[in-house]
Design a protein around this ligand. Structure first.
Ligand SMILES: *Cc1c(COP(=O)(O)O)cnc(C)c1O
Length: 401
């Protein structure tokens, strides 16, 4: 960026792990006159997105769509299923798990927080052990974050369900997929999740402003007797109105046009291909990090996130000063370290509408930024990522021949 210019040419590289770049197709889809949200045209749009989201969560039951950020859908998940004083079992996988736990406290629940060092996903064995001890079934829900966006570690949600079942415990399973939906494989029904929480601005490629609850039959049944106060977040009125494609209050109409387009785009590419693309971009990023000699924060390769990669700064170097340099010179936004990781790590978001060359561009911004900021590293990260992409392309060409 020139020192004396009020314009920056080209596209900004938004490589934070959400919000993510919004495709032009989605921007055009929402560029529509605002419509009557109680009219027949809206009902068609409402039904289209309510049905469409089931194919993204992979669920048969209802999906609730809120005009709210993901935090709202967290509150909805807790307040619709639980009563004051209920015990909930949560795992301290990072900053977002901690925020959800703090919300549970504020709502009058009694969260029990299994500690970790923030460098892995949640351990299903620890969950199983704790549930086996809970003979009176005082724990009413287990809450996990599928992709912990502060650390770049994944929790294997299907294994958490198996742990709950192995302990023969009736607790509900609540999962946050705000930064994994549409980028990492997720199966609400198959994994026996009761409430899945999602958001619009990460893997779904939309602007911020929508969030979701996907529900199981058990969650809907439990909700009938849940006593936490709720009004705006209540599922019952939503489900009743949604049956005809409508909402109990004014929905974010233009965001729903965008959502319909995003669902179409994910299916045109094919969800399996979307997940494989994210895996590939994550692997390229890790290969670059290895070449630079920077440590990947997530300690367990099995838990590596395909949405983002968190990298540890060499001791004595401030991650935020480096991020500032990369932004000022190369117009790339990288994720900051959150709470106890502030200054110590930075995060490279590689989720959403991203291709091999945009990843190479972002990695080039990181590599040049490391040099300019005087951070000790080896060169060749971008080359390692290019070599990997080229080898993958060759393999695909051979497979297609
Ligand atoms: C972004 C994020 C949130 C918070 O969502 P908001 O839309 O900012 O309210 C919660 N959990 C995870 C895992 C996230 O990545």
């Amino acid at each position: 960026m020139s020192q004396n210019s009020s314009r920056t040419a080209g596209r900004h590289f938004l490589n934070i792990p959400g919000p993510t770049p919004v495709p032009d197709r989605i921007l055009r889809a929402m560029d529509m006159p605002v419509l009557d949200h109680r009219g027949p045209e809206f009902a068609r749009l409402g039904k289209r997105v309510l049905e469409g989201m089931k194919t993204i969560f992979k669920c048969a039951g209802p999906v609730i769509i809120y005009p709210a950020s993901g935090t709202g859908a967290w509150e909805a998940a807790l307040s619709n299923t639980l009563s004051p004083g209920d015990k909930v079992l949560m795992v301290e996988t990072g900053h977002f798990a901690t925020l959800w736990k703090n919300m549970a406290l504020k709502l009058g629940l009694e969260p029990e927080f299994i500690a970790t060092d923030w460098r892995t996903g949640a351990d299903p064995k620890l969950i199983e052990t704790r549930l086996r001890e809970d003979k009176d079934h005082t724990i009413k829900a287990v809450c996990v974050v599928h992709n912990e966006t502060s650390t770049g570690c994944v929790t294997h949600v299907g294994e958490v369900r198996k742990a709950i079942d192995a302990a023969k415990h009736p607790a509900l399973l609540l999962a946050d997929t705000i930064s994994s939906l549409g980028s990492i494989d997720y199966r609400h029904d198959e994994w026996g999740v009761d409430v899945t929480v999602g958001g619009s601005q990460k893997g779904l490629m939309l602007p911020p402003g929508l969030s979701f609850n996907a529900l199981s039959d058990k969650a809907i049944a439990v909700a009938k007797n849940a006593k936490l106060p709720k009004s705006f977040w209540g599922w019952e009125e939503m489900i009743a109105n949604n049956k005809n494609g409508f909402f109990p209050y004014t929905p974010a109409t233009n965001m729903l046009y965008a959502l319909a387009e995003a669902i179409d785009m994910l299916h045109e590419e094919g969800l399996e291909n979307v997940f494989a693309r994210h895996d590939r971009h994550a692997e390229a990023t890790r290969r670059a990090a290895k070449a630079w000699g920077l440590e990947i924060w997530c300690r367990e390769p099995r838990d590596y996130s395909s949405s983002l990669t968190t990298l540890l700064m060499p001791a004595g170097h401030d991650a935020d000063a480096f991020r500032k340099t990369a932004l000022a010179h190369f117009d790339v936004s990288l994720g900051t370290g959150l709470s106890k990781l502030a200054g110590k790590v930075f995060r490279i978001g590689h989720l959403g509408d991203t291709n091999d060359l945009t990843i190479i561009g972002a990695l080039a911004g990181v590599e040049m930024g490391l040099g300019l900021a005087g951070v000790p590293h080896r060169q060749g990260g971008v080359q390692a990522a290019m070599d990997y992409f080229a080898a993958e392309a060759k393999g695909n060409a051979r497979a297609a021949a």
